[in-house]
Design a protein around this ligand. Structure first.
Ligand SMILES: Cc1cc2nc3c(=O)[nH]c(=O)nc-3n(C[C@H](O)[C@H](O)[C@H](O)COP(=O)(O)OP(=O)(O)OC[C@H]3O[C@@H](n4cnc5c(N)ncnc54)[C@H](O)[C@@H]3O)c2cc1C
Length: 304
């Protein structure tokens, strides 16, 4: 791992995010003889660290856990000689016909940029979390994936809520609280949850408030929307109610020139950050590969 400290040299490509999309782009650029700077603000592998079992990524019959797939990506980065710069890009902007990526260690200037920053979880706006609960409210499963013999309430009704429940149910008691009477998850995930004795699925169960009695969390139903439900006790709550693109670091000049730079093939958005509901690993890696091949072709021609 290394750090970019100054504007000493203009780089070919800056990549923001070392999830599947950014990793694939960096590996392919390296194979084409183009050096990129791959920035990662949290941990290599991105959202996959939350995935229970990835069964639709080719090459892994029987599936592979998200964390095992990340280990393979890390090995491949190392073997290819791609270093990951573990710094968050706080601003990516465009000045004097160059991209400028700012981190707390300095600025990196580049000719092209790949934005592979994925998504961030949506926050629960209509539930009140009272004092003393903050450290036990989560938005992804990975911070508590190792806990045992606890009770966890998962708020949500989509793939992520059901996937998180399967991960945690190996060693814990899990409740899935869906405010709607319908799920939005894959039928196979629903069937697996139904067959897992440690998981209870509660449809039509909107939550109004989460408070603490000093020991456990009390998850209070929203009486105005669904009366007569019991207060549930849990050690942790995970809110899995959807995700939104992570683009808050884009600077004003870049935003102004976004369409033009994209059309010119100098800027790419790849993976979950741009894929709306089509958020899957194989799509993200395909996007990253496509961007890298287009950039390699352009940079080769620029150099002739
Ligand atoms: C529970 C769950 C189960 C899943 N199961 C499957 C499955 O079975 N099959 C499948 O194909 N997909 C699955 N997925 C989806 C898969 O994880 C994503 O599609 C994939 O990770 C997207 O890759 P990405 O590189 O586009 O984004 P991400 O994986 O989100 O990576 C983006 C990276 O960018 C970093 N980043 C963001 N902003 C900055 C910044 N400013 N500076 C530096 N770094 C930054 C983030 O920290 C992150 O590491 C699952 C997801 C979840 C949550």
């Amino acid at each position: 791992m290394h750090s970019q400290k100054t504007k000493d040299k203009i780089k070919d490509v800056v990549i923001v995010g070392a999830g599947p999309a950014g990793i694939t782009a960096a590996i392919q650029l390296k194979r084409s003889g183009i050096e990129s700077v791959l920035f990662e603000g949290e941990s290599v592998g991105g959202l996959l660290k939350n995935a229970h079992l990835v069964e639709n990524y080719p090459g892994f019959p029987g599936g592979i856990s998200g964390s095992d797939l990340i280990s393979r990506f890390e090995k491949q980065l190392e073997e290819t000689g791609v270093a990951v710069t573990l710094e968050e890009v706080t601003k990516l902007d465009y000045t004097d016909d160059r991209f400028v990526a700012t981190t707390d260690r300095g600025e990196t200037v580049s000719f092209a940029a790949v934005i592979a920053s994925g998504t961030r979880p949506k926050r629960l706006a209509d539930v009140s979390f009272l004092d003393g609960t903050e450290d036990r409210i989560h938005y992804e499963v990975h911070p508590i994936a190792g806990i045992r013999k606890k009770t966890i309430a998962i708020i949500g009704g989509g793939d992520a809520a059901f996937d998180y429940a399967l991960t945690l149910s190996r060693k814990n008691r899990v409740f899935i609280l869906n405010r709607s009477d319908r799920t939005r998850c894959l039928p196979l995930l629903f069937e697996r949850v139904e067959k897992t004795k440690n998981i209870t699925y509660l449809p039509s169960h909107p939550i109004g408030e989460v408070r603490s009695d000093g020991h456990t969390l009390l998850i209070v139903p929203d009486e105005s929307k669904a009366g007569g439900k019991d207060i549930l006790r849990a050690d942790h709550v995970i809110a899995a109610i959807g995700r939104e693109p992570r683009l808050d670091f884009l600077g004003p000049s870049l935003l102004k020139n976004l369409d033009r730079l994209t059309k010119k093939g100098r800027l790419f958005m790849v993976g979950d950050v741009i894929n709306n509901v089509f958020r899957q690993t194989a799509i993200a890696t395909g996007d990253g590969l496509f961007a890298a091949m287009k950039l390699s072709d352009m940079l080769r021609r620029e150099r002739i």
